[in-house]
Design a protein around this ligand. Structure first.
Ligand code: R5P
Length: 302
């Protein structure tokens, strides 16, 4: 069944591109906040018996997640046959272990909340580290879209003789895949994080690749301290200014300006979060994943 696609505020461009990629209908609704900060949603078209898809990237998640949850619940209340969440950036995946006594695994609790309000979920490269697959925490069918092919295509078109660099062990899953597609070498640094903005990264050994242009690839740029530390080490190793590519450009506070000031060739991101660094469009593979999940649900019913 073809979904009718609703965009939470700030997600209009992504929703529009998804609809245009597939010829799907854009849903009309009113969403706003009451003066006291509570969320309001009113559907302005009939969703009875429809496959509803709600697009909402979850940067700044505490402000957005309840609005998304309520919108999905209301769609169900109004008789939607199924409700899918399209969450290009899925928050709360990094607290995947209790790092210190007294903490909890908030990834699990957040997944429980979203799972309770939807029938399927599509996202792009969630931060899978100690949780290896989304279905370990999400109880509804999920589809993970990989950004690697599109990142590889961007690098192949824009960076001659690249050397891919992952700033930490966790980034291997992205960096290795992109390097294989671009057919170039990659290296991984070692990272130690002592606090939100206190990050140490090892100096790379790059003797064989001195003539290459380094391209840092990471899933998330939040404070950008990981990338800033990596850029400093690449400079120390005698390499040129690197390109920095993030799948999810969170760039909290002055992070973007700080990364620019570190001495980079450029900063590029995918459009899982609307940001001025967006150069890599994920709308088509997201639409493909939505079609696959909707179709799979149809097949199960028939
Ligand atoms: C964590 O391991 C992630 O892969 C990123 O490296 C991390 O979230 C980046 O955070 P920040 O930009 O705050 O250093």
């Amino acid at each position: 069944m073809k979904p009718i696609v609703f965009a939470m505020p700030g997600n209009e461009a992504m929703a529009d591109q998804i609809c245009r990629a597939r010829g799907w209908e854009a849903g009309r609704w009113e969403t706003r906040r009451f003066p006291d900060g509570e969320s309001y949603v009113r559907f302005l078209c009939d969703v009875q018996g429809r496959e509803v898809a709600i697009v909402c990237s979850l940067a700044d998640p505490d402000a957005r997640a309840i609005a998304l949850y309520l919108a999905a619940c209301v769609a169900r209340e109004l008789g939607a046959q199924r409700v899918g969440l399209v969450v290009p950036y899925l928050a709360y995946m990094r607290q995947d272990i209790a790092f210190h006594p007294g903490e909890g695994i908030t990834a699990v609790h957040f997944a429980r909340l979203l799972s309770s309000a939807c029938d399927w979920l599509v996202t792009v490269d969630p931060h899978l580290h100690r949780i290896h697959r989304l279905d370990q925490v999400y109880s509804v069918p999920t589809c993970v879209v990989r950004a690697s092919p599109r990142i590889a295509a961007w690098i192949a078109a824009n960076v001659p003789l690249p050397l891919l660099v992952g700033p930490d062990a966790e980034s291997e899953q992205w960096v290795a895949e992109v390097a294989a597609e671009v057919k170039c070498p990659f290296t991984l640094l070692q990272k130690t994080r002592n606090g939100d903005r206190d990050v140490q990264v090892s100096v790379p050994v790059i003797d064989a690749w001195r003539e290459r242009t380094p391209v840092l690839v990471d899933d998330i740029a939040s404070t950008a301290m990981t990338m800033i530390a990596a850029v400093a080490r690449l400079h120390e190793a005698g390499l040129n200014d690197p390109w920095c590519i993030a799948v999810h450009p969170l760039f909290a506070g002055d992070a973007l300006a700080a990364l620019r000031a570190a001495g980079v060739a450029g900063i590029v991101s995918s459009n899982t979060i609307a940001h001025e660094s967006n150069r890599i469009d994920m709308s088509e593979p997201i639409a493909d994943a939505m079609a696959a999940l909707s179709g799979a649900a149809d097949a199960l019913r028939s």
